[in-house]
Design a protein around this ligand. Structure first.
Ligand code: NDP
Length: 234
């Protein structure tokens, strides 16, 4: 049966791969991003800044009106604005928290009402290994991604009895626009990955697909690292 799947940040990178994964399974995939771009095959796209609480609610409620209760929500939209903490501006801090953490909360809060009524659903947050490793220059990003773990585990306990799972996928170093921006330091980071290579967006999509599947109905509140061993034991 076709599921109603919401993916934020689906215009490119990991989010696009996640959207394509579910489209490939025949699901009804709805994409949110600032640009409104989305992979071919999405049932609908919304140009929405996930840091805008009202805009997220309007888009997702419209999607529920059109496609019914949300079965799967993947809160993936994220940005980096790196800099050493001593020199980090308020704006750099807030923008990263607003997109990565607030946006995930607004997305989850809006889909939960329909999931609770349906007594079924999966929410997956796109975390990162950054908070487990500690990354100089990413105090804002690591704090936001650490926040997702607390958010996921608290939500997981709030809704476990309703048949809803809430989990975090924590990618390591994945080949997307976000990591292309790292330039030469990418080679140094790759050298620290036990598997000796960066990951692909579709490898993250496979993990998301698993957590959203019936094979993972007894998994909730977990952090699944998909990182070639980078943060082993997190
Ligand atoms: P990209 O930069 O390639 O893509 C980011 C996506 O997020 C785009 O679709 C972008 O769409 C969307 N986006 C950004 N800000 C907003 C916003 N305010 N509102 C709505 N959409 C937004 O990043 P990745 O694919 O690499 O990253 C995806 C997720 O995976 C992020 O949460 C990231 O933190 C996480 N991650 C990535 C890793 C990596 O190595 N690449 C490692 C660990 C975690 P648009 O520009 O169209 O708005």
């Amino acid at each position: 049966m076709s599921r109603h799947v919401i993916v934020t940040g689906a215009s490119r990178g990991i989010g696009a791969a996640v959207a394509q994964h579910f489209i490939g399974l025949g699901d009804t995939v709805v994409a949110l991003s600032r640009s409104g771009d989305a992979p071919q095959g999405c049932a609908a796209t919304y140009a929405v800044d996930v840091a805008d609480s009202a805009a997220v609610a309007i888009a997702i409620k419209d999607s529920i009106d059109r496609f019914g209760a949300v079965d799967v929500a993947v809160a993936n939209a994220g940005i980096t604005r790196d800099g050493l903490a001593m020199r980090m501006s308020d704006d750099q801090w807030r923008e990263v928290l607003a997109t990565n953490l607030d946006g995930a909360f607004y997305t989850a809060r809006t889909v939960l009402a329909s999931m609770v009524r349906a007594r079924h659903g999966s929410i997956i947050f796109m975390g990162s290994v950054s908070p487990f490793l500690g990354v100089p220059g990413q105090a804002n990003y690591a704090a936001a991604k650490a926040g997702l773990v607390g958010l996921a585990r608290s939500l997981a306990k709030e809704v476990a009895s309703r048949g809803i799972t809430v989990n975090v996928v924590a990618p390591g170093f994945i080949d997307t626009d976000m990591t292309q921006a790292l330039g030469d330091s990418a080679d140094q980071m790759t050298a620290t990955i036990p598997m000796g290579r960066v990951g692909t967006p579709s490898e993250i999509a496979d993990a998301v697909g698993f957590l959203a599947s019936n094979h993972a109905r007894y998994i909730t509140g977990t952090v699944l690292a998909v990182d070639g061993g980078l943060a082993m034991g997190l």
